[in-house]
Design a protein around this ligand. Structure first.
Ligand code: ADP
Ligand code: MG
Length: 321
């Protein structure tokens, strides 16, 4: 299979066909019609074999995750996804591998109505770069810099499952088969919180998606908003499997390790009524408050400060003073 055949076989035919794509795959560039009066939200993420995923990962999961992490970034901005580009470096043109990779990627693309409009393909060590585009009304983007003292802090879904699944996969702990089946979904096939991010327009002051753990990612909001925060351990939402893990190993999976792709966001008191009217199938949990004093304070049920044992993140180093 040459490069042209590969592109034609796997990428030209795809499930989504949007009216705002004047020209998609096949010409020198794609030609796209962004809606007037909205900002174009653009993001890209690179996944490198051996760095971001294990070389023997299931290709269907890889296809899903490569697109999901980009849609998650759009979600964290409150943007509506529209288009994406795929840059693929492959050691060989393995048709079976490509078929499964595309199945994972295009199933998710269909679910969010995002169209593949171009990319590039080359031979080399396995790596996947996706660039995704979306739209957001100018004043509605959920920036990291918008949090204010007194805002309440929330997260969607549950935290920590992806980290627990990864520890099992790396042989660092053993889970029962059924438990692993539950959490590995969160690791391999995360759900980008796109509808949730869009619903938060006009309600949240700041937002981020959790890709490096709650502490690091909330830390980015705090830094860019020049504020601090207090979060409550007993309010962090975790699944039953993760709760059992925490009892044995502590809170690190939910606080510092997670690539859960949930949203963490801040809401001023006057908007909490509007927030409560939103129905999020994934759930929505209050976890703490934005405060004027810089730094992140984590407190346990008895009000005592909690310091996670292990972390490689800078924000923790600051916290330990
Ligand atoms: P060029 O020489 O201009 O880079 P290519 O032969 O690489 O063109 O690509 C031909 C067409 O196929 C272009 O429209 C390009 O966007 C598209 N394409 C190439 N690789 C991919 C890919 N991995 N996914 C989607 N579209 C691709
Ligand atoms: Mg090319």
């Amino acid at each position: 299979m040459n490069e042209f055949e590969l592109i034609h076989t796997f990428f030209t035919r795809q499930p989504v066909s949007r009216a705002d794509v004047a020209a998609g795959i096949g010409d020198d560039t794609a030609l796209l019609r962004p809606p007037t009066g909205q900002l174009l939200a653009v993001t890209s993420d690179l996944l490198v074999s051996g760095v971001h995923f294990l070389p023997d990962v299931e290709p269907r999961s890889l296809g899903h995750k490569a697109l999901a992490v980009n849609l998650s970034d759009l979600a964290a901005m409150g943007a509506e996804p529209a288009w994406f580009l795929l840059n693929l470096v492959l050691p060989e043109a393995d048709a079976q591998w490509l078929e499964r990779f595309c199945a994972g990627m295009f199933d998710l693309a269909r679910a969010y109505n995002v169209q593949l409009v171009g990319g590039d393909t080359s031979r080399g060590p396995l790596a996947i770069g996706i660039e995704a585009h979306g739209f957001v009304p100018e004043s509605a983007a959920l920036r990291r810099s918008g949090a204010k003292t007194g805002d309440r802090i929330y997260v969607t879904g549950t935290l920590g499952d992806a980290a627990v699944a990864l520890r099992h996969r790396l042989g660092k702990q053993r889970l029962a088969e059924d438990d692993f089946a539950v959490v590995v979904e969160r690791l391999d096939r995360p759900t980008p919180r796109v509808r949730e991010g869009m619903a938060l327009r006009g309600i949240a002051t700041g937002a981020i998606d959790i890709s490096d753990g709650l502490v690091a990612d909330l830390g980015h909001i705090l830094e860019m908003s020049r504020v601090g925060a207090r979060i409550f351990l007993d309010k962090i939402p975790v699944s039953p499997v993760c709760r059992a893990h925490i009892k044995k190993y502590g809170w690190e999976a939910a606080l510092v390790m997670g690539d859960d792709y949930e949203l963490c966001f801040t809401v001023p008191p006057e908007n909490t009524g509007a927030l409560e009217k939103l129905q999020f199938a994934c759930g929505l949990h209050y976890i703490g408050e934005i405060e004027a004093e810089p730094g992140l304070r984590i407190v346990d049920e008895s009000g005592k400060p909690y310091r996670p044992a292990s972390t490689g993140h800078d924000h923790f180093a600051e916290n330990k003073k």
